[in-house]
Design a protein around this ligand. Structure first.
Ligand code: AMP
Length: 306
């Protein structure tokens, strides 16, 4: 981001107390692509660095609305042959409207970059909070699992499988609400079809993906089990020295529960019923929301801003 406006530091970075309707048009991507340019924004401080570019805090000039601008260099996209993946990510994310899914308000591009106009998640990565505290309490973990389950149920209704749920892809807003942020590996299924592509992150891969078998929505239910484990214990369940060993542990569902930290039998029950090799036997998203551990812990938990 080299425009002169990039020097402007935004003074008031306080997000609005209440979520407000985005001033940015949520009309079709083509409209926003034609309408928006860097001149519509005051660019603030960099707030993150991804594989293919940077993320900046920004303010839309007219409405003063705070957003995050994700700047992706076209050269990088071309070099890694990711045109189609990026387009798919943008199309899917901009079509999803759910309180636990980071809004993609629109995008535009110039000769060098593609710029995504994203909802700003003031609380940053869930991963950072997890590393800071080591592991979460059961009510806190259940709160995140319930939020995520609701968001995934919404995605599945729209025939979208996320395929890459992990703490690094989950952001928190200023009130501590969880937001799924990265749809880079997501896919929209046309019918009851299954997918073959191996994707996602090693520790979170479902056995059918490790085994290169066709997979469907149930991969997201598996990753909810992995995430629930990591939120409670601070490490993913099948962690190993090498990729081969991780894969071996996933394929065997080599699941064990350390004695510390202390985790309730109900939480272990939920995890064990999600980390099931036969994808048809995993708990459904509805069953997760009805599970006693989720009902007991998530219901009265409010989001926490650590
Ligand atoms: P990414 O390129 O999506 O991996 O983003 C790199 C980093 O920028 C993330 O790990 C976050 O820390 C930060 N980031 C990305 N998008 C946002 C957002 N909408 N709001 C706040 N921080 C973000």
């Amino acid at each position: 981001m080299t425009s002169s406006s990039s020097q402007t530091q935004i003074q008031s970075q306080k997000p609005p107390r209440k979520p407000q309707p985005p001033p940015i048009s949520t009309t079709t991507p083509t409209t926003s692509k034609l309408n928006w340019s860097l001149n519509d924004f005051e660019i603030g401080k960099p707030i993150g660095r991804g594989k293919f570019g940077r993320v900046y805090l920004a303010r839309e000039v007219q409405s003063k609305y705070i957003v995050a601008l994700k700047v992706i260099f076209k050269e990088q996209i071309g070099k890694h042959g990711l045109h189609r993946q990026l387009r798919r990510e943008m199309e899917i994310q901009s079509s999803l409207h759910h309180p636990n899914i980071l809004r993609l308000h629109g995008w535009f591009h110039d000769d060098l970059r593609v710029v995504l106009i994203l909802e700003y998640a003031h609380g940053g990565e869930l991963y950072r909070q997890l590393r800071k505290s080591g592991h979460f309490s059961e009510p806190q973990a259940a709160y995140y699992i319930a939020s995520l389950t609701r968001a995934l149920a919404y995605c599945h209704e729209k025939h979208v499988i996320h395929r890459d749920i992990k703490p690094e892809n989950l952001l928190l807003d200023h009130e501590g609400h969880l937001k799924i942020a990265d749809f880079g590996w997501s896919v929209q299924l046309k019918s009851e079809s299954k997918r073959m592509t191996m994707c996602g992150t090693l520790d979170y891969l479902a056995p059918e993906m490790v085994d290169n078998q066709a997979h469907d929505y149930a991969v997201d239910n598996w990753t909810l089990g992995v995430l629930c484990y990591e939120l409670l214990y601070g490490v993913p369940p099948f962690e190993a020295e090498s990729q081969r060993d991780t894969f071996r542990r996933i394929m065997k569902v080599d699941l064990s529960f350390p004695s510390t930290p202390t985790v309730s039998a109900e939480a272990k029950n939920l995890i064990s019923r999600l980390l099931v090799k036969d994808s048809t036997k995993r708990l459904s998203l509805k069953e997760i929301l009805e599970h006693p551990w989720v009902v007991k812990n998530a219901e009265n938990t409010v989001a926490c801003t650590n």
